[in-house]
Design a protein around this ligand. Structure first.
Ligand code: DLL
Length: 446
């Protein structure tokens, strides 16, 4: 089959892949080691924070002789970036920094990241690789509804769309009615946005009386927040398009650290030529002698950048929980399973650990429920209580609402092992997302 005959949803022709995507495991590991040794030396020589942290830990870049030596080095956390606010983590003079991004900073100082010209070029290359893995091709039109600005989603995706040789439609988030008009009029093949904002767009299609399966869209590239297999089915069926996962975080680069391949949809291939992943027991991090977990065990994901000039990052604690798996569609690059959640988002309810994604799975498989729900934690007596507030679909009769609520409570008890309350609310009554959705309301007495 020639490249031209390939449909969206097929694997890209092997000759269109980057050479690194086709490396053998041995070639890739050798490249990683050279790049890791460079990164450690670069960080130690140019960032006072790393000089101090390595010295305090009794390690030196020369101690890295093989990839597993990474475990000897100290981890880096969001707090380290905050303490060095705004530019203390930069490893190059400011006049070499071409762009700044920052996290929203809702819980304190924002974390600031910087990029050299080379960093921006490599980032664009990884987004282009990610879109190609998702099924996008040169010549396609890509509707980019990730927010533009300090958030890495919009501009990060934008430069990669152009680098692929596709056409960027830089819509950003918001102005929802107009998003539908632009999709209808410009006829893009690919859309990039958060999964929760896709649900908002689906509501808007219905409001405008447009059948969402009638659009030109064939692939959606969803990330920036956790989403489940059940959500994939919901979106794929209602939009009649492929839905694949893209992952990344500003401290490590932005979107495009890992990407799911459309032909397998079996987790995200980590672009290991640029990032070295580890999964560790979240409770052991920081203690002495802590070692990475074996591939296949769930824990906290850490990343070390291998090519970043402006902001090299060593063993960054993402707080995201996942499992490392062997490569499939790109055999030498390991995959990460879909993120279960952030350790910060874990709810400990009367001693039982629970993630919002577990509730999402149950909501979406319960007939009568729309995919819109909210979680509210309160204090009742001296105990924490969790209420799941979920919207009924517009065609759900009243008696089905009651039965659906009972089913959800039973399913949560059976699969997670804890009692929750369920309140079914009218269609369109919960707040909608335009970007990352905050599902959890914490109203516990402090
Ligand atoms: O969310 C970068 C991004 C933009 C990724 C667009 C994908 C698409 P931050 O704002 O720094 O960066 O937030 C990073 O978002 O640590 C995860 O907790 C979460 N996250 C990102 N992608 C996924 C995903 C961007 N595919 C934080 N699945 C990360 C689950 C994700 N969580």
């Amino acid at each position: 089959m020639t490249t031209m005959q390939r449909r969206l949803g097929d694997a890209p022709a092997p000759e269109t892949l980057d050479p690194e995507e086709r490396m053998s495991v041995d070639e890739l590991r050798a490249l990683q080691l050279t790049r890791l040794q460079w990164t450690l030396r670069h960080a130690y020589a140019n960032v006072p924070h790393y000089t101090r942290a390595f010295d305090a830990h009794g390690v030196h870049p020369d101690d890295c002789r093989e990839l597993s030596d990474i475990a000897k080095f100290p981890t880096t956390s969001k707090a380290d970036l905050r303490e060095n606010y705004p530019f203390g983590m930069l490893a190059v003079p400011q006049d070499q920094v071409r762009r700044i991004h920052a996290s929203s900073g809702t819980t304190g100082r924002p974390t600031v990241v910087g990029y050299t010209e080379g960093d921006i070029d490599r980032w664009a290359g990884l987004i282009a690789r990610s879109i190609r893995a998702a099924g996008g091709r040169p010549g396609h039109k890509v509707h980019n509804a990730y927010g533009y600005g300090l958030f890495t989603g919009g501009l990060g995706a934008h430069y990669g769309i152009e680098k692929l040789g596709a056409t960027a439609i830089p819509v950003s988030g918001g102005m929802t009615p107009r998003q539908i008009q632009l999709i209808t009029d410009f006829a893009p093949q690919v859309i990039m946005l958060t999964p929760s904002y896709m649900l908002t767009l689906l509501d808007e299609f219905a409001r405008q009386g447009i059948d969402p399966t009638s659009t030109s869209l064939q692939v959606g590239i969803f990330g920036a927040e956790p989403w489940t297999e059940q959500m994939r089915s919901e979106i794929e069926e209602r939009m009649d398009m492929h839905a694949v996962d893209i992952y990344g975080l500003s401290e490590v680069m932005g979107p495009g650290v890992s990407q799911e391949c459309v032909e397998t949809k079996d987790g995200l291939h980590i672009w290991e030529d640029h990032f070295l992943p580890e999964v560790v027991d979240p409770l052991s991090v920081g203690s002495s002698g802590q070692t990475p977990l074996a591939d296949g065990e769930e824990g906290e994901l850490l990343f070390t950048s291998l090519t970043k000039e402006a902001l090299p990052i060593i063993r960054y604690r993402t707080r995201d929980l996942t499992t490392l798996l062997p490569g499939t569609a790109r055999p030498s690059m390991r995959r990460m399973a879909k993120i279960t959640g952030r350790s910060d988002d874990m709810i400990i309810l009367r001693g039982v650990n629970l993630f919002p994604t577990q509730i999402e799975e149950i909501v979406l498989r319960t007939p009568g429920f729309a995919p819109h729900f909210q979680l509210e934690l309160t204090t009742q007596g001296r105990m924490d209580a969790l209420a799941v507030r979920v919207e009924a679909r517009s065609d759900t009769p009243a008696d089905r609402r009651v039965a659906a609520a009972e089913e959800l409570v039973r399913a949560v008890k059976e699969s997670i092992g804890v009692s929750v309350a369920c309140e079914v609310v009218d269609p369109d009554s919960l707040e909608r997302s335009v970007g990352k959705l905050q599902r959890l309301l914490d109203h516990r007495e402090k």
